[in-house]
Design a protein around this ligand. Sequence first.
Ligand code: NDP
Length: 330
Amino acid sequence: MGLATFRAIRIDKAEKGTTAALTQFDEAELMDGDVTVAVEWSTVNYKDGLALTGKSPVVRRFPMIAGIDFAGTVLESSHPSWKAGDKVVSTGWGLGETFLGAYAEKARVKGDWLVRLPDGMTARQAMAIGTAGFTAMLSVLALEKHGVTPKDGPVVVTGAAGGVGSVAVAVLSKLGFHVIASTGRSAEGDYLRHLGAAEIIDRNELSGPAKPLAKERWAGGVDSVGSTTLANLLSMTKYGGAIAACGLAGGMDLPSSVAPFILRGVCLLGIDSVMCPLAPRQAAWARLAKDLDHAKLAEITTEIGLAEVFDVAPKILAGQVRGRLVVKIS
Ligand code: NDP
């Protein structure tokens, strides 16, 4: 039988806010679920930064195990789709928010939440992609569904040196798009060009108040920043184009006008990874296995240990993390 306790990052409610610590977690405290997984890899996403620092109330149950995504091997299952030894990936569904999460040697979850690790992808690679990379792929799929193709013109990616942004740049360039990468970090120019960016622009160009309509610059975009940046993206989108909005690293507001929608037929495509149904999840993971170059993924990835997540949590919120952080659990 398994351990009575296992290593985990536990979040508790404190008098003021929350506390987070690496500690032993009692297996008896795990929540109900039909699949128990030995977690091998997790990651640090923007939302993990919020949960670990307590900066935003993303954790809504205590005690909580932090961590919104994992990859690992099934230990026990009473779910018809899964048996011991299966390699699985889990992102979202409230993991690390309302349901005990990923920064732990064990996770007990609902079998309906799991996706099979794609052929040819390791658990470490799946988490190098993680929620951020999965979200980038959902954004690319939304642009494709809208009909945006490389011959329609360039695509823009904001927050390009971050997790969502890095994967979006790599995938879109592999698909043949002329990618314009917007970043606040001029020092990451070489990194972004190497991932496939054809042009790099300073994010300040897109951060001021947006005009209702501006010169048409791109046929599509992936935006992880929100606020005035998203408003500028919309005002600069070509006739009939679309922007996939997936993030709020620059703010939750959207000070825009209806002009791009009603005068240029521009579409705003909303992207949610958390409650995304199983079929599009599986489709996105299959496309990540096919359309994300392994060598580029390796370049995006920095490996850390479980105890190091505390140091990087404030850094990801400050926009100081490049690419993706993968966390070795066991
Ligand atoms: P990262 O911190 O890795 O990336 C965010 C990037 O945004 C930063 O690296 C930085 O890029 C840029 N940025 C940060 N602060 C600002 C600012 N004030 N103004 C303009 N740009 C800024 O985070 P992730 O990639 O993990 O997540 C990105 C966003 O996507 C987050 O808001 C996150 O909550 C959201 N998200 C949404 C999901 C969904 O389901 N919809 C799922 C996953 C993430 P640079 O230095 O290149 O400018």
